[in-house]
Design a binder for this molecule. Structure first.
Ligand SMILES: N[C@@H](CCC(=O)N[C@@H](CS)C(=O)NCC(=O)O)C(=O)O
Length: 315
């Protein structure tokens, strides 16, 4: 049974961003608990924890709630540093690669997948994603754009092939940076996994001209790690309720908008699913913002967001 120190990942099986975290947990051989959350809204057990952030995954450790894979990976590395995934050569570079794969390559992946299977997608899913993105879920347009998106997708896959083939000096090896898997590999794996789940023939065809990437991907897939203990959302809420957030020094130094600790602010993603989460500012630095929220269901929580990709305003 998980406790206040356990990693609880609110996720769903088919979510590529969740798979990014699951791969990191496998590589670090960490035990974790999982809550299978709904693929579409409503998410009644998640909302009390996040205060309105609906995207997937969310990590919980006791009464600390981590929204977005960038802040989740940072926290996993901070709390469980050994074995490290932030190996020499991965520092900083991993976040740069993460930003690329979460943005441009993910958008191409979505187009490739729904261009292929869009007609089989349930109506409720389409409606939910239209609301999330603020754009029509137009399967005809996706099918029409599919050949071009496939080319774009393969072009990005070939960047990995070039990296694996290139440079025989320091830093070259069987992973993207050297001889051991690290955070750069964790990020780069996500879209291949995502498309392979839904359109495996296309990925296999791309692999024919990317043998090093195929071997690299298969090496990562062989890592077993620990299996999750699945719990339900109400158990996760109980764990949060009986835990206290980790102590953190109140600090908002160098804030360009002059926020002070204790001020009420709101945070939202800047791309899609722009749901504002309101709370009392506890801490803000260049990479992270932490809001305190007092809730009926889980008492006091600290909700963590990354800075890049998020907007912050006075509430
Ligand atoms: N920047 C976010 C992106 C997360 C994201 O877009 N996840 C997808 C699923 S893999 C999502 O939230 N879809 C809508 C949903 O699950 O409600 C992160 O890195 O965690």
């Amino acid at each position: 049974m998980p406790d206040a120190r356990s990693i609880i990942l609110h996720q769903y099986e088919t979510s590529p961003f969740s798979e990014k975290i699951r791969l990191a947990l496998r590589l670090k051989n960490l035990g974790w608990a999982g809550v299978e959350i709904p693929v579409i809204m409503p998410k009644p057990d998640l909302m009390p924890l996040t205060g309105g952030y609906r995207r997937t995954p969310v990590m919980q450790i006791g009464a600390d709630i981590y929204c977005d894979t960038a802040v989740i990976l940072r926290e996993i590395e901070r709390r469980f540093p050994m074995p490290s995934l932030n190996l020499p050569g991965h520092e900083g570079l991993a976040s740069i690669v993460g930003s690329w794969v979460d943005g441009r390559w993910f958008q191409a992946s979505v187009g490739v997948i729904f261009g292929a299977i869009g007609d089989d997608v349930p109506e409720a899913f389409k409606k939910d994603r239209e609301k999330l993105s603020g754009r029509p879920f137009d399967t005809d347009a996706m099918r029409a754009a599919s050949p071009m998106l496939r080319d774009q997708w393969r072009a990005q896959l070939m960047w990995l092939e070039e990296r694996l083939a290139g440079g025989r000096g320091a830093g070259s090896g069987i992973y993207l940076v050297g001889m051991k898997p690290g955070l750069v590999d964790v990020h780069a794996h996500m879209n291949i996994w995502f498309v392979k789940q839904r359109v495996p023939d296309f990925v296999d065809a791309c692999f024919e001209t990317a043998p090093l990437t195929k071997a690299w991907y298969e090496r990562l897939e062989e890592v077993e790690g620990q299996s999750a203990e699945m719990i339900d959302g109400s158990t996760a809420l109980e764990i949060a309720k009986h835990a206290a957030p980790r102590l953190v020094s109140a600090s908002t130094a160098h804030e360009s908008q002059d926020f002070g600790p204790g001020e009420t602010v709101a945070v939202a993603p800047d791309d899609y699913g722009k749901d504002w989460v309101t709370g009392e500012l506890v801490h803000a630095d260049a990479q992270r913002i932490i809001l305190q929220r007092v809730t009926e269901e889980a008492e006091t929580l600290h909700v963590h967001f990354p800075r890049s990709g998020f907007l912050v305003r006075r509430a």
